[in-house]
Design a binder for this molecule. Structure first.
Ligand SMILES: [Fe+2]
Length: 436
């Protein structure tokens, strides 16, 4: 059933073999693999389509919900997005309280406020309506309420003792796949560094993928979140902890993104493409729940913390660099993915793994360019790179099972390349301003 991935290697840009670092990272990867296969991780019930919110509410009511806490953000609330759920609850005479205080990259303060409101309203279940930030905050509120504890006490792995308050999710973006995953991210109020809570009991009971709710998403957010899905799929696929099961979901998600993301970026009202992207995001979440992520996410988290780059966009900036770094170690696997998903050029199926992998990486770069994602970051400072690289290396060795390990110096090289590209772009913009 389980499939062994390509051989784990260590890249050290100084040419030195860091045996201790590699041994610790590999041991952690094995522990994570054991965790993923020993601890059962349930999958949420999935409702898809224009009536999926009704079906989700029916399930909540049938499971005993009588007073529901609806977690969302102010923008979505102003746009009237929660009405699709609240109108149905009104029809069914179910009480609810709408809380729209969740902000992007929610901090502990934000989550604590939501928790207080949910307890004050004596709610017995939660419906999250929003993107990854809203869903992560709702997970933390539901777990803290269920365990009668502070959100900070849940940071780490398996910190909860009791189940979460029943949680249902309506994702409004096709990106994080948070409605399928066992983790939630909360930012520190001062440093904005992310803290992670992991517990299988955090997986929501159900999710509704409603393409009508997603159709209002602006094109640039559709693009950024869509590349987040692709990154989940590719990192889960390249993970040493990948299995037949995670491969199925990762390949399905990658294939859907390559096919539908350009369509939905061009025409936000394409409901078929919206729905397929929503399912892809969910599948990406299932894949990385067990297989984990990698350097793209580790570095992207630093770009988010230091320069406030949105998560999906940060992934889009970093992804091509990591595909290049992993190219040798993951060549066989990436060629397998391309053959499996039809991401090969006409008549190329029998070509070498090397050629097919080159073509797949080129397609990913082309997709990012088609989505007009500028691969640059404003305000990068070389003096930040040491601490950013150390934090990213730690995230990988603590959390992920990557096909090739890099020391912090390798990560610093990638940050330097991103800065160089960003500086060159800024110079170009300045000179074209002068000409104009
Ligand atoms: Fe992500």
């Amino acid at each position: 059933m389980k499939k062994q991935n390509s051989i784990t290697k260590l890249v050290n840009t100084n040419g030195l073999q860091n045996v201790g670092y590699l041994a610790v990272a590999k041991t952690r990867a094995k522990v994570l693999k054991a965790f993923a296969y020993v601890v059962p991780i349930r999958r949420p019930m999935l409702f898809v389509g224009e009536t999926s919110c009704d079906e989700l509410c029916d399930m909540a009511i049938n499971e005993g919900s009588t007073n529901i806490f609806i977690v969302t953000d102010a923008v979505l609330n102003k746009l009237g997005i929660p009405a699709k759920v609240t109108d149905y609850l009104d029809k069914k005479n179910i009480s609810y309280t709408v809380y729209d205080g969740i902000t992007p990259d929610p901090t502990f303060k934000v989550v604590e406020e939501g928790l207080r409101k949910s307890i004050d309203a004596k709610c017995d279940s939660i419906i999250a309506i929003g993107g990854g930030s809203v869903i992560d905050a709702a997970k933390m509120i539901a777990m803290s309420q269920g365990n009668n504890c502070k959100p900070k006490q849940l940071i780490g792995i398996l910190k909860a003792r009791k189940p979460s308050v029943p949680l249902y999710c309506v994702p409004t973006t096709a990106g994080t796949g948070s409605e399928a995953t066992l983790g939630a991210v909360v930012s520190d109020d001062k440093t904005h560094q992310k803290a992670l809570s992991i517990d299988p009991r955090m997986v929501p009971l159900a999710a509704a993928i409603d393409p009508v709710i997603m159709k209002g998403m602006p094109a640039h957010i559709t693009a950024d979140t869509g590349i987040d899905v692709l990154t989940h799929a590719l990192e889960a696929w390249m993970s040493v902890n990948a299995s037949v099961e995670t491969d199925y979901y990762a390949a399905s998600a990658a294939k859907a993104v390559m096919q539908y993301l350009p369509l939905v970026y061009k025409d936000g009202g394409n409901l078929k493409a919206r729905e397929e992207m929503g399912i892809a995001a969910h599948y990406g979440g299932i894949a990385f729940n067990k297989a984990g992520l990698g350097y793209v996410h580790a570095i992207a988290h630093q770009l988010g913390a230091y320069y406030s780059i949105p998560h999906g966009r940060a992934n889009a900036i970093v992804l091509p660099y990591i595909l290049d770094v992993n190219r040798k170690a993951s060549q066989k696997r990436l060629a397998e993915l391309a053959r499996k998903t039809g991401m090969v050029q006409a008549g190329q199926a029998s070509s070498s793994d090397s050629d097919i992998t080159d073509h797949l990486i080129a397609q990913v770069r082309d997709l990012i360019a088609t989505l007009n994602i500028e691969p640059t970051v404003k305000g990068m400072k070389t003096s930040d790179f040491d601490s950013m690289a150390k934090a990213a290396a730690k995230e990988v060795s603590d959390t992920y099972a990557v096909p090739m390990y890099m020391p912090a110096s390798g990560i610093k090289d990638i940050l330097t390349k991103i800065k160089q590209a960003s500086d060159e772009r800024a110079d170009k913009d300045k000179s074209s301003d002068k000409v104009a």
